[in-house]
Design a binder for this molecule. Sequence first.
Ligand SMILES: *[C@@H]1O[C@H](CO)[C@@H](O)[C@H](O)[C@H]1NC(C)=O
Ligand SMILES: *[C@@H]1O[C@H](CO)[C@@H](O)[C@H](O)[C@H]1NC(C)=O
Ligand SMILES: *[C@@H]1O[C@H](CO)[C@@H](O)[C@H](O)[C@H]1NC(C)=O
Length: 501
Amino acid sequence: MKLVLFLIIIVVHQVIGFDVIREAFELIDENVNPCDNFYRHACPLYKSGIFMLNSAYEDLMYSIEAKFVDAEWNNLDVEKTFKRTLYKELPSIDEFIANVYLSLCQDIDATHSQKEAFLLWVQNTKLDHGGEPCIFDKCLKPLAHDKNCTRAAANLRNKMDFETFDIFQKKWRNNFDYAKTNLYGVNAILEADVRGGIVRIRNLVQKYVDKLSDWIKETPWAINNKADNMILDVVNQLYVHDNLGISLRKNLDYVFTIEQNYLKCLRDTKQSTELEIFCMLMACSGHYPEREDIDFFNPFNAFNDHPHLHFSYILLDMAEKIKNDAAFLGSVGYIAGHEVSHTLIEDANNLQLLPYFSNETVQCIQGQYQKTCDSYKEISCGAVDNQIDENGSDMLGMRLAYSVFNDEYDGSYEEDKIQLPDRTVNLQQLFFYSTAFVSCSGLKGNQDVRDTHSPWHIRVNAMMQIPEFRQAFQCDAESEMVKSFGEECVIVGKNAPQTRK
Ligand SMILES: *[C@@H]1O[C@H](CO)[C@@H](O)[C@H](O)[C@H]1NC(C)=O
Ligand SMILES: *[C@@H]1O[C@H](CO)[C@@H](O)[C@H](O)[C@H]1NC(C)=O
Ligand SMILES: *[C@@H]1O[C@H](CO)[C@@H](O)[C@H](O)[C@H]1NC(C)=O
């Protein structure tokens, strides 16, 4: 019953711009003590859908998609042909192209130049090396003169070596979807005007970078290994990607270049269902600049592509609309902290950006996640190969967010409380709840072996690393959450490990 209520509230509030964190308090299970299992207290099993934020934003996402049904980039002829082709009924690509050429060759209405054009499309997409004139047997134009069409088609067939339709289909479903996902995302951001959200995140990231800079200057393992200045430099390169014009242009260029090639191929050859498939294959197999690798729309996404930090539409929307700073810092702030931290956290055995990273710190972080996993395993956790990136970024990200929260409120947590039916939530608690809410899943936590992140309930319950959690919920020493705490891992700062003097 409550779930239904929850969704109705959200639908209503979307119209006026809703604060998803406030709404999420509907989910809490008061029968689970926050000190026993904070995540399942905030995000009960089977109550919040697969992922609470996705369902909360579902209607908004549909309405954005609906807005762009008629957009040209969403109605590409090449994609229509791609979608309606019955691949299962076709032989291999090489065979298919040879057969189409055979029909064209035998068609008494087809002109010589149409046959030449057909062969040139194959030559340029498949046999050509970077626009240089063709050489030796890779020049296909003379084939158009062969009046023995079976021989010409067989000859052509032997020169090609296309991938299988299966591989082609998978690759291009993905490519079209990805480009359109980006276009939805950029357009959604531009339409909805979340500039306020962008500025809010950008300012926060600057605070994180300043904090990290201060901490690194005092970090014994960095100083002792003469790595501090280089780490400082790397951290100071970070910035929030907010030039949406560039993202828009790159993705539009990508899809429209393919579309133009498709239409040009059809003009050059002849209109028929088979030639449409042929031209779709040619247009897609051409040499294109990579589409921009961003993923703005996928409902809820942020990533570090050092030095750029990317935030998806939902996160920007949250940054725009969550009123309370404690709620903002616990949710979007935690995710932004995680992304910023990706620049700094490295596997000591496989350094990429940094000259040195503390192995002791790595052991401490992994130790905590192992301990949290031992206490809170639902289906599985800890299955991914021992690599540090995600666990460490969570831990440092949380600490950055909490540290900014602390600067801002400085112990005055009682103003602007949230009233629940039988208690009030103060701002310090609100911070922690917000972290759980951005990750609410009603399904049992399972380690996806392809995913390097720990499952969400582990990520959130590892918040015990913030010593103030215990204070916020007044957890006693015997509670599960306190018992799942290993030792405090100070990653950077004056209390971080020494690692040789
Ligand atoms: C066309 O060429 C094939 C060999 O590639 C040959 O078997 C066939 O007899 C030729 N047809 C004619 C009409 O010459
Ligand atoms: C880090 O610690 C692990 C485990 O103790 C060890 O196998 C590895 O060699 C260490 N790496 C470095 C760079 O010291
Ligand atoms: C996170 O911690 C768990 C538990 O120790 C570990 O098994 C897993 O490999 C770690 N994952 C990453 C990405 O570091």
